[in-house]
Design a protein around this ligand. Structure first.
Ligand code: AMP
Ligand code: ZN
Length: 483
């Protein structure tokens, strides 16, 4: 069956037909590295990972690009605040890299914690200044961009529309109130206000040493042009998929279309996908409400990346997701059910059992993989996909209870699970969930037992207990369990 997705561009569900199958070019707007990413951001990035994994399950060869926004209004402001006392301008520039580098490293760590596949390209805006400048030069040459009296270069909506191009492809805009030549310099401007936006921002004293030379004078790029330059540079003037949170539809994505199509004269992106926002306990996340959580905040509360990933994957991407701690606890319970079932299957399959049937034809009325894929084909219907998983768990548990699964059938069931999990990415409870310190203690205990130092082995067992872990000796060796 073909994959169907809701395309913001056509405001309808369309069959996904890439420009040059089996290749798919996919660009996801990445993090602005001025702070730790919050769970709202993570909802969007996990959604991007779901799209990529679904495409890969379906056999597409995806090139996944995610930019790192490392120069932008908010970053400059934070750097300025954190370095107000910087003695020299040079110190300020060094601090831009230091500042963004810290949050970028944290972002990649978090990406791993949530088991998101690493994008194939993660370009930095500051490494693409030459591409950005050449894109702006093209727009200036075509008469669509102009240098204003303040020294900055702006995109002219009027000139762009005058060329027969459409501004307002992703949403309907009201041009009646538009005043020709009215300009906005900020990266994030009022919703649906139609005004010329900055491509190149002339250097101002507040920027400190954060500026680059250009044919238009010293300055720095606007946020929107960064994404146009990096995406077309890596994926070409036209590509298949562009993703982001719904707040990016306007102005960011609308401006990306205008800049890219204005410069190349070619259609920019075939399918635009937008993820709805995340609320916490029914409310918009905000520091003043005390409901603002980074991924790290949740890990510190004792939740695992796996539980958080599961939770973020429970709602359809176009529905607002209400994140709750009850939901996270529910994720823990659901994962335990899956783990228990998989653990039993593994015991029966043993190590060497070969699957008797192909993963795609396994257990359930029509087969787990088939039901699961059919659900995702329907605009990533994740609720139906989980429905297929839990139906399979129920059916498998029934077969396990009646002792009617042999090793080869259990191996087939596991092969089916592996295929489904190539999209879900929740894996199984593994050593990775056990802290290194605990694993080291368990190994020390095994060594002590081997050396017949039972006193020491018992002391380590007690120490593990005080740290919240019990160790059980089984026929297959010692097993660690959280108390
Ligand atoms: P930023 O780092 O601010 O550029 O945002 C990174 C991504 O997170 C963008 O795709 C945003 O649309 C998305 N985003 C921001 N806030 C939320 C939220 N509350 N829920 C879901 N996605 C969000
Ligand atoms: Zn972007």
């Amino acid at each position: 069956m073909a994959l169907k997705l809701f395309n913001t561009l056509s405001r309808s569900i369309q069959e996904f037909a890439p420009l040059a199958p089996p290749k798919v070019g996919m660009y996801c707007c990445g993090p602005t590295v001025y702070d730790f990413a919050h769970i709202g951001n993570w909802r969007t990035f996990v959604f991007g990972d779901l799209v990529r994994r679904t495409l890969e399950l379906k056999g597409y060869a995806v090139t996944h690009v995610m930019n790192i926004t490392d120069v932008e209004d908010k970053i400059i402001k934070r750097v300025r605040l954190s370095r107000q006392s910087a003695a020299t301008a040079k110190e300020t520039k060094t601090s831009l890299r230091e500042f963004t580098g810290k949050y970028e490293a944290a972002f990649f760590e978090d990406l791993k914690t949530l088991n998101c596949r690493l994008p194939h390209h993660t370009p930095h805006a500051t490494d693409h200044i030459a591409d950005i400048i050449s894109l702006i030069e093209k727009l200036v040459a075509r008469g669509i961009a102009y240098k204003a009296a303040d020294g900055s270069v702006y995109f002219s909506i009027e000139k762009y529309r005058g060329c027969g191009c459409t501004y307002g492809q992703l949403l309907k805009l009201n041009f009646d109130e538009m005043k020709a030549g009215e300009r906005v310099k900020s990266d994030e401007y009022a919703k649906e206000s139609v005004a010329d936006f900055a491509l190149w921002k002339a250097r101002v004293p507040e920027d400190g040493d954060v500026f680059w030379p250009s044919p238009f004078g010293e300055g720095r790029p606007g946020w929107h042009i960064e994404c146009s330059a990096m995406s077309t540079n890596i994926l070409g003037p036209s590509f298949d998929l562009h993703l982001g949170g719904e707040d990016l539809i306007f102005p960011h994505h609308e401006d990306e279309i205008a800049q890219s199509e204005g410069a190349t004269g070619k259609p920019f992106v075939k399918y635009w996908l937008h993820g709805a926002h995340l609320l916490v306990e029914g409310k918009k996340m905000s520091k003043s409400l005390g409901n603002f959580f980074t991924l790290r905040d949740l890990l510190a509360k004792g939740f695992t990346g796996r539980e958080i990933r599961y939770s973020l994957l429970t709602a359809h991407y176009r529905e607002t997701f209400n994140f709750t701690f009850d939901g996270l606890s529910g994720a823990r319970a659901a994962l335990a059910r899956i783990d228990e079932c998989l653990g039993k299957l593994r015991e029966i399959a043993g190590r060497d059992a070969l699957p008797r049937v192909q993963a795609d034809q396994q257990v359930g009325p029509t087969g787990l993989v088939k039901d699961f894929t059919a659900a995702l084909d329907d605009d990533l219907n994740i609720s139906a996909a989980w429905g297929a998983v839990f139906e399979w768990v129920r059916e498998t548990n029934r077969r396990l209870a009646e002792n009617s699964l042999d090793a080869a059938e259990a191996a087939s069931a596991l092969a089916a699970w592996d295929k489904v999990d190539s999209v879900l990415g929740i894996g199984t409870k593994s050593g990775a969930e056990i802290p290194g310190e605990i694993l080291a203690l368990a190994e020390a205990r095994t060594a002590a037992k081997k050396a017949k130092d039972f006193k020491r082995a018992d002391a380590i067992r007690d120490e593990l207990k005080t740290k919240g872990w019990v160790i059980e000796d089984t026929a297959k060796g010692p097993k660690l369990k959280k108390i």
